[in-house]
Design a protein around this ligand. Structure first.
Ligand code: 3PG
Ligand code: CO
Length: 557
């Protein structure tokens, strides 16, 4: 069906510009005396002034059920946040869909599971004797994966009669406490022991920190994926007797290292790796989120893959937890159907002939394109859409918290000044990427870098008589220290300092309306969240939001 929008007769005279300050939320804890709020600590005069005095200033929910997560205990993340922003509705997200498919048993009757694993009655490859490998992020962060999903699949594989299982575990410390890897490893080892007391058949074979091995995204650093291939497939790398030994050894050798940065390791016995991936094996990549799963999936399934030399090049049955990219059909085989996000804001605006511009640096480029468009990587219209990517540095961002903020600011101003676009969206990665390092001073500098770019963006918007919307996809840098959930007190680490928090938060995000706001007012929608933004953009551009979209948070007086 061809989409169309009705005109209302009221619109902003200039462009609508949406700035997404990735990972910049509004701290909602016991604010007084909380020492870990990078927004508060930053010399960020523009943002702080607008948070108090912007002509229209609202807050939006950016976590939990408001963005399609299973519960309100789940923090927000960029996938669900950008999906909600770009789709104008709340879709059940991967975390919820996978948990549901496991609870209902559907995951275990689908064609992918039956082909790779199977059951006693209907044996698939692994029940018939192939080794079954699982690769993925081992934590309960529920951003990319959940350990409970892995354990449920292990139990089911065991019940079906699978003899050989090998696990390739990516250590988190980014969506969960920064040195919590052993909690998950111990939990997993206990299950493996229960399923296979010999310790020979169901076992961990390799792993490493998620920011060092396998989980690159948006082609920022393919060498991570190449290292993943060497580690998981070839079994090449430093050997240890167990994952625990690897983690403890690295922690001793690299003081202060956090889980996300732990080096790659291989589990070996008498010098030989215990779990190389071989021709004919079955491989399940158990992350449900796509951005950091696409590259390794391509290496496994593309016959003409040539980004790096795969030694050895193996032919396996490969399934993703989900299909990570609907346009690329990557991977072709998957266990759970992804959310069917359709009729996005981009599609509607293309149908209405509105020219659109999307901009970010590499680390978040897919967020404002692929996630924004419901996890599709292709444009709807070459003629009406311009995407601009500023290459990110390959560096730990605490060392360069400005990242590419200034280049992004300059590119956005240029795009606004060109007068070509009706709607422009941009993601500043700083608050999030630096927030994930857990280093407060760097996060403060990150917020300052974003803040310094906002005034010139507003100036360009004002010259065109447009509207500037400033928001975020979820919180992160406003809470850089863990707090005691009951008392709100910041937690201390064992060295007497504050315990760093690297993960996202449950906090709301700002929604500031700046520029040519004459004739506009807040519409008073109760409990608004990120999914109300798409209808808001439509309202500003002079269109009636379509049925099914969550209502606009602004209206014409
Ligand atoms: C990551 O992938 O870097 C984190 O797990 C989540 O961060 P994002 O949702 O902000 O990308
Ligand atoms: Co993040």
């Amino acid at each position: 069906m061809k989409l169309s929008l009705n005109r209302t007769g009221r619109s902003v005279s200039g462009p609508v510009v949406l700035v997404i300050m990735d990972g910049v939320g509004l701290y909602k804890g016991r604010a007084e005396g909380y020492p870990g709020n990078a927004v508060d600590l930053a010399g960020a005069p523009f943002l702080k002034d607008q948070l108090q005095h912007a002509p229209i200033r609202l807050q939006l929910k950016a976590h939990g059920t408001a963005v399609g997560m299973p519960s309100d205990e789940d923090m927000g993340n960029s996938e669900v946040g950008h999906n909600a922003l770009g789709a104008g509705r709340i879709f059940d997200q991967g975390a919820k869909l996978v948990a549901g498919a496991i609870a209902s048993g559907q995951l275990f009757t689908g064609s992918a599971w039956m082909d790779l694993v199977g059951s006693r009655e209907n044996p698939g490859a692994a029940v018939k004797g192939a080794t079954l490998h699982f690769i993925g992020l081992l934590s309960d962060g529920n951003v990319h994966s959940h350990i409970d999903h892995l354990i449920a699949m292990l139990r089911k594989a065991h019940e079906a009669g699978v003899r050989q299982v090998r696990l390739h575990i990516l250590l988190d410390g980014r969506d969960v406490d920064e040195t919590s890897a052993l909690l998950y490893v111990d939990k997993l080892e206990a299950v493996l022991k229960e399923l296979d007391a010999t310790g020979k058949n169901y076992r961990i074979a390799s792993g490493g920190g998620r920011m060092k091995v396998t989980m690159d995204r948006y082609e920022a650093d393919w060498s991570m994926v190449e290292l993943g291939w060497k580690t998981h497939v070839a079994g090449e790398g430093r050997q240890f007797a167990s994952a625990k030994e690897a983690i403890e050894t690295f922690r001793n050798e690299i003081p202060g290292v956090t889980d996300q940065d732990l080096p790659a390791f291989v589990i070996g016995e008498s010098g030989a790796p215990v779990g190389q991936i071989k021709d004919g094996d079955a491989v399940i990549f158990f992350n449900f989120r796509g951005d950091r799963a696409i590259e390794i999936s391509r290496a496994f399934v593309e016959s003409d893959f040539n980004v790096f030399e795969r030694h050895p090049k193996v032919s396996v049955k490969y399934a993703g937890m989900m299909q990570y990219d609907g346009d690329l059909k990557m991977p072709p085989v998957f266990l759970v159907d992804p959310p069917a996000i359709d009729e996005t804001l981009t599609e509607y605006l293309v149908a209405a002939g509105v020219k659109q511009y999307a901009l970010s640096e590499t680390q978040k480029f897919g967020h404002v394109t692929y996630f924004w468009n419901g996890n599709n990587s292709a444009k709807i219209s070459e003629a009406l859409e311009t995407w601009e990517e500023i290459p990110s540095d390959v560096i730990s961002f605490d060392r360069k918290p400005r990242m590419k903020a200034d280049e992004i600011g300059a590119a956005l101003v240029k795009a606004i000044e060109s007068g070509e676009y009706g709607f422009l969206r941009v993601n500043f990665a700083n608050g999030d990427m630096v927030g994930h390092t857990g280093i407060l001073d760097a996060a403060v500098a990150a917020v300052e870098a974003v803040d310094q770019n906002l005034p010139r963006i507003l100036e360009a918007v004002n010259k065109k008589g447009g509207i500037l919307l400033v928001t975020a996809d979820h919180g992160n840098c406003e809470q850089m220290y863990e707090v005691n959930k009951k008392t709100g007190e910041p937690l201390k680490n064992d060295k007497g300092g504050f315990a760093s928090k690297t993960s996202h938060t449950l906090n709301p995000v700002p929604f500031l309306v700046l520029g040519n706001v004459d004739g506009l007012e807040a519409s008073g929608v109760a409990g608004a969240g990120l999914a109300n933004v798409a209808a808001t953009v439509m309202t500003l551009l002079g269109f009636e939001p379509p049925a099914g979209y969550l209502p606009s948070v602004l209206r014409w007086k």
